[in-house]
Design a protein. Structure first.
Length: 144
């Protein structure tokens, strides 16, 4: 089976820091895939808010996550401070990708914890159908 491989853009213009809580730790003693998805959800909300959007109100449309991919690199543990950088790429008529770079500090070095990608589809929640991605959204999120 082919492994997931996520490419990053040259530059990330947005990042946030999140401290890992004890409830983020699984029975293996580290953060698991469910925690990664929860953390990137928070980072995505902060990224959207920076441009004046939410997942339900994004330039006249809403957003639905169509898929998610995680490329694990290192473990993270209770009390680690994880920096999550977010960028919007690969815009199409109805969707775009968000990529997330998760890093932490360990032994004085920045360590890559995970690479994540989510595909976001523009969606009209009232009509219950896929919608066109507004030009305003493409412009703002490309620059964010």
């Amino acid at each position: 089976m082919a492994r997931v491989s996520i490419d990053f853009p040259v530059e990330f213009r947005f990042s946030t820091q999140i401290t890992i809580r004890i409830t983020d730790i699984n029975y293996g003693g580290h953060g698991g895939n469910d925690t990664v998805l929860a953390l990137i959800h928070e980072a995505r909300m902060q990224f959207l808010l920076r441009s004046g959007y939410t997942e339900m109100k994004c330039g006249g449309t809403g957003l639905i996550m169509a898929d998610a991919a995680i490329e694990f690199k290192k473990e993270f543990f209770y009390a680690d401070i994880v920096t999550i950088s977010v960028a919007a790429i690969n815009f199409s008529k109805i969707s775009f990708d968000l990529v997330y770079k998760m890093e932490k500090q360990a032994e004085g070095k920045t360590v890559l914890v995970a690479k994540v990608k989510t595909s976001m589809v523009c969606y009209d929640y009232e009509a219950k159908k896929i919608a066109a991605c507004p030009a305003e959204v493409i412009e703002k999120l490309s620059a964010a």
